[in-house]
Structure formats: structure tokens, C-alpha cells
Design a protein around this ligand. Structure first.
Ligand code: ADE
Length: 228
């Protein structure tokens, strides 16, 4: 199987690059794609750069140019749910774009005609992730992740996103990957470890915990691919 592993930032993908040997680097569309092999699988890794547009470009490239048959996202997120603390893992059961707004035309937030407010992740990958979490004795929360081109550092904004989308965590790429994978019929899985609480301390916490939380997520992804 050709497995794509995607992150947004170098810090999110570095722990995975450190893990694999014999990496071939392919440059395409102003980005680097890292090809390797693991067990019987071909793996292609990339970090997209931050935000929905770059994530869309990279996810599409991973599928259309590199032939990815499954896309696994690894990275960090801001917590909305009070249950989620720094370092905790959340997997998306569904993803919404919190900054998509044509409410002026009577549509709900996150909706455009012929689209969906929430795109569901692949059920088999979710099931597998819970099996892996059980085996490792790790708590893995499943919830809604909201995505937007905005680093959220305000309790007011975060609470609005939580209430409007029923979201448990927020970040800046997941829903784009969901849109691409849903359209191209490729199963996807979005995993995030919490780096901050999207409140007034978010900028400081993010800087402090980006690397450690990114590692938590990357280690879990490695356990997942052992089972694919
Ligand atoms: N990713 C991690 N923390 C975030 C935040 N507070 N806002 C947006 N994306 C994030």
C-alpha cells in the first residue's frame, strides 16, 4: 500500500523522518516529498506549510502525483474541550471549516452549496486507532476538529467555534485534507496532540509544547502504520 503521512510544520514531520532510513527526496511544487519503505509499504511524507491552501495542495499532490492510497495526518491542535490537556491525543471523527462563511445567503457556518459542514473520517482507520490506543494503554479522544486559516488565541473565538461546530479541538489544516480525500475517495485519518488551549496563553504554550506534542502524535502514527 502507498501510505502518505502529512503534517503542516517541519516540527510535526521531523520525528517521523528521524525514524525512517533510506529516504529519497523528491521536489515538487515548491515542496519536498520524502519517500521511503516500511514493512511491505511505500511511504511518502511531507509537511505542507501552515494553513488550508498549502494543506490542500499537498494532500492533492500526495494522492494524484505520489499515488497515496491512504492519508494520515500527524500534528498539534488547540484544545476546545475542557477534557483535553496539553499532550493529549485527539482523532477527528469529523472535520469542519470554521472560517467558511456565506451566512449572508442564509447558509449555516462552514457550508457552501454542494459541500458539507462536517466531513466524516474513515471508520476503519478510527477503529484501528482505538485498537492501537488500547494496546498501548493510551487515552485517545475521538471528536470534531474545526479548521481555519487563523491561529486562535482567544477564549471568545474558541468558544464560538466549539458551540457552532460542536468542535473539541481546532487547527489550521485538517478539514482541507478531509475535503481533498473525500472528493478523491481516499481514506484519511487526522490525529492531533494538544499543544495549547487556544486562549490568551496559546502563543506561549504553542511555542513551548509544539515539539513535544508533535512527537506524541508522530509516535502514535508509527504504531498505526505497523498495523496497516
Ligand atoms: N494549532 C495548534 N494550536 C492552534 C491554535 N491555537 N489555533 C490554530 N491552530 C492551532
Amino acid at each position: 500500500m502507498i501510505i502518505a503521512i502529512l503534517g503542516a510544520m517541519q516540527e510535526e514531520i521531523e520525528p517521523l523522518l528521524d525514524y525512517f532510513d533510506d529516504i529519497e527526496v523528491v521536489e515538487f511544487a515548491k515542496n519536498k516529498y520524502y519517500k521511503t519503505k516500511y514493512n511491505s509499504h511505500d511511504i511518502v511524507l511531507a509537511y505542507s506549510k501552515i494553513g488550508k491552501v498549502f494543506a490542500t495542495l499537498t494532500a492533492t499532490t500526495l494522492i494524484e502525483k505520489f499515488g497515496a492510497e491512504v492519508v494520515l495526518f500527524s500534528g498539534v491542535a488547540g484544545a476546545i474541550s475542557e477534557d483535553l490537556k496539553i499532550g493529549d491525543l485527539i482523532v477527528a471523527k469529523g472535520l469542519s471549516q470554521h472560517d467558511l462563511d456565506i451566512t449572508a445567503f442564509g447558509h449555516p457556518y462552514g457550508y457552501v452549496p454542494e459541500g458539507e459542514v462536517c466531513i466524516n473520517a474513515d471508520k476503519d482507520l478510527l477503529e484501528l486507532s482505538h485498537k492501537v490506543a488500547d494496546e498501548l494503554g493510551i487515552e485517545l479522544k475521538e471528536g470534531i476538529i474545526a479548521t481555519g486559516d487563523q491561529f486562535v488565541a482567544s477564549s471568545e473565538r474558541k468558544n464560538w467555534i466549539g458551540e457552532t461546530f460542536g468542535a473539541d479541538a481546532l487547527e489550521m489544516e485538517g478539514a482541507s485534507v478531509a475535503v481533498v480525500c473525500d472528493a478523491l475517495d481516499v481514506p484519511f485519518f487526522i490525529l492531533r496532540a494538544i499543544s495549547d488551549s487556544a486562549d490568551m496563553d496559546a502563543g506561549f504554550d504553542f511555542d513551548e509544547f509544539l515539539k513535544s506534542s508533535a512527537k506524541v502524535s508522530a509516535n502514535f502514527i508509527l504504531k498505526m502504520i505497523e498495523k496497516l
